[in-house]
Write a protein of this length. Structure first.
Length: 132
């Protein structure tokens, strides 16, 4: 569901999006400071790299909240999906990954604010890999 309350299949969104696609996934029930940390690292990254589309897929948010999120993160296409259940969704841990031209998941990562040096190294790797 997008901020206009349109129901879309994720397959449709990904098929129409310019590649590579950066996807950030989180739940509103998750650690708020962890979500903020991921976004604080990701926003500067997307301004430096060649990323075709940025998607944010949130779970457990209202459509009204999607409007607020969309206003705060205009570089991202914002969607709500409570049905993408993975082990990481159940742990309420925010994560990110890219989808390439061949629709393969690349560079799946769970940034941990407790390991800031490791996170910085990974984001430097992404800058190198996806440089403009």
């Amino acid at each position: 569901i997008n901020s206009k309350n349109d129901s879309l299949l994720l397959k449709e969104v990904i098929t129409m999006a310019q590649k590579p696609i950066l996807i950030i996934r989180y739940s509103s029930y998750g650690c708020a400071s962890c979500i903020e940390y991921l976004l604080s690292k990701t926003i500067p990254l997307v301004r430096k790299i060649n990323c075709g589309t940025q998607l944010m897929i949130a779970a457990n948010v209202s459509v009204g909240d999607l409007h607020v999120i969309q206003n705060d993160y205009k570089d991202f296409m914002i969607y709500k999906s409570d049905s993408l259940t993975t082990d990481f969704d159940m742990a309420l841990t925010p994560y990110m990954y890219f989808i390439d031209e061949d629709y393969r998941i690349q560079d799946y990562y769970i940034p941990r604010k407790e390991a800031n040096d490791s996170v910085d190294s990974f984001f430097k790797y992404l800058e190198t890999k996806y440089i403009r």
